[in-house]
Design a protein around this ligand. Sequence first.
Ligand SMILES: [Zn+2]
Length: 242
Amino acid sequence: MRTFSLFSSLLAISQLLLLLPSAARGSDTLFKGGTVLSFDNVTESVKVLYNTSVLVSGSQIVSIFPQSQNVTLSPGTEVIPSEGKIMSPGFVDTHRHLWQSAFRTLGSNTSLAEYFFRYSEFTQAGTVFTPDDVYYGQIIGIYESLNAGVTSILDHAHHTWSNATALAGLNASIASGARVWWCYAFHNLTNGYTREDQLADFEYLSQYGPWRNSSTTTLGLAYDPISLDPPPLVQTVVNVAK
Ligand SMILES: [Zn+2]
């Protein structure tokens, strides 16, 4: 699947389902007696469940039930005391530039205009950052996200100022094991890496890129100058996206 991203186009809401207790199966884990942040489909609002247990079998939640309820567990079920803990669905970050983690702590109190001139792909970053710099910024940003409870990220990947830096960010996304929609950005750069170069690289990665062997990273496309480009070029990009 390719994801067509304009600024932040992916809106994904995950939720815990309230299920009835059921018989446990192999490799089960019981999170016992925590506070569960669930979702009420009727009121469309967060529903807090106190003193609640969550039974996980393999990688799936099979039941959520009051801590006081007696449930027969399968032998070998790992019980994790969860009193005082909060269990919530993983967050979905719909707009991130992971490579820019290298700028962490430098960008506070920065306006959008200042951002473009200081930290964007249109600055000296496009000539100074090596593929390794992009790789480590990318993977550190992903690990930061996981640590904060983000489990899925749409990366507006505008570190695509050369074939090598594009591949570095993609490889870091795959290596992280996180769920990433890595969206190759098309842009008008000044370092000589033309739109034709970008389109050719995207086509190559689309057909032969390492994401094809990944179960967690998906290739997408990000296209900021869609409103500035001449219609024939827009059509070309749209055709590529399809
Ligand atoms: Zn952005």
